[in-house]
Write a protein that binds this ligand. Structure first.
Ligand code: DP6
Length: 362
């Protein structure tokens, strides 16, 4: 798929979702929409739900939208189709991934009074389902493209709300820079993410050491639910999380990396501690995960390198640092005798972008 058209000078629509100039009128007629969304990496973590049906998080979270981890999605409502067809990274999606996508399409069909099934084509620029937040960028792009294909002119908050119901972290990918998603109130479907600071506020870097590209054994959805139901530490995590969020918010406002980094690590280790204590325990780390973590931590504690680490529902280590230290952190990762497949660098990136191009142009 070529990236042609993706970086056409965008204009900000009144809704706040970035849209190519002619998008709304043309797409409404053709029944087709395309969108690009970036994944995001949580600095303050979400782990656990307040309401499973509406997919509302039990804790507030803050993320950085990751510019180089992208999903591009095209949705085409076509009255000739008997069922929804989903092609994910060149292969037909089946089972749970296909069902989750059809569920999102059903919400949009209901809002737009549409009956047609859809053809969905989606590509990630990074490994899917391996703890690199592909569901975040994937559902944000899907919801944006589906609304556009249905000819519905909704605002960014509505896109974020629907994306949240599909996957809570996806709500954050609708916005660029640094983004917050509040905790949900059971039964209240209005929750959407909100931009906290734009990307230009602070051009930090995340160096992601990709430890294993294989799909993870326990999805974040299953992992957090098992933690909620069985971990003796779950309530403690939910009680502590708001403190980390507040420190991280203030650290971002003051561009205080030590404060952001310190509480990002605490948020990470605290939610992971609750997951480790679930029954059966959820262990996303590999040996290489801990090798990288210890090495970077030693470098910080002994040599003063300002770098802090986070991990999500996978074995990769994501190291947060200033732009000036990114090369040193990357070099350190590469000198390790750990099983690192790739190091991906991300900076704060843009929010959801809608495009006019068609699937045939990909
Ligand atoms: C560890 O958003 O993937 O990455 O809402 O069930 O789809 P669902 O979960 P998801 O969970 C992300 C968990 C995390 C932390 C985070 O991104 O905040």
């Amino acid at each position: 798929m070529s990236a042609r058209g993706l970086h056409d000078a965008p204009e900000q629509s009144r809704s706040g979702v970035t849209s190519s100039a002619a998008a709304n009128s043309g797409i409404a007629r053709s029944g087709q929409g395309s969108a690009t969304a970036c994944a995001n990496i949580a600095l303050a973590k979400y782990w656990g739900k307040a309401d499973r049906t509406l997919n509302l998080p039990a804790v507030e979270s803050i993320s950085l939208t990751a510019d180089s981890l992208k999903t591009e999605t095209t949705v085409h409502f076509d009255s000739e189709l008997a069922t929804d067809e989903v092609v994910l990274d060149g292969a037909f999606a089946e089972g749970r991934s296909a069902e989750r996508i059809t569920r999102v399409l059903d919400w949009v069909r209901e809002e737009g009074g549409l009956r047609s099934r859809a053809r969905v084509t989606t590509y990630n620029t990074f490994p899917t389902g391996a703890g690199l937040a592909s569901s975040a960028s994937g559902f944000a792009a899907l919801v944006g493209a589906a609304y556009q294909a249905a000819g519905l002119d909704v605002d960014a908050a509505q896109v974020s709300r629907r994306a949240r119901r599909a996957s809570a972290s996806a709500a954050r990918s609708v916005f660029g820079g640094y983004v917050r998603l509040a905790a949900g109130l059971p039964g209240d479907d209005s929750l959407a993410a909100e931009p906290l600071f734009p990307a230009e506020h602070w051009p930090l870097r995340m160096l992601i050491a990709v430890v294993d590209r294989k799909k993870k054994a326990t999805s974040s959805t299953d992992g957090m639910e098992r933690t909620r139901l069985t971990s003796p530490f779950y309530d403690a995590w939910v009680a502590e999380a708001p403190k980390y969020v507040e420190e991280i918010r203030q650290g971002l406002a003051a561009r205080d990396l030590e404060r952001v980094g310190r509480f990002m690590e605490r948020s990470t280790l605290a939610y992971m501690a609750s997951a480790l204590a679930a029954d059966p325990g959820i262990v996303y780390w590999k040996g290489s995960t801990l090798d990288i973590y210890h090495r970077l931590r030693l470098e910080r504690e002994e040599l003063g390198l300002p770098v802090w680490m986070t991990m999500d529902a996978g074995p990769h280590v994501k190291a947060l640092c200033e732009e000036a230290d990114a090369d040193r952190v990357r070099a350190l990762m590469h000198t390790l005798d750990a099983n690192i497949e790739e190091v991906i660098e991300v900076a704060p990136g843009p929010g959801l972008q809608l495009h006019t191009r068609h699937a045939s142009a990909c």
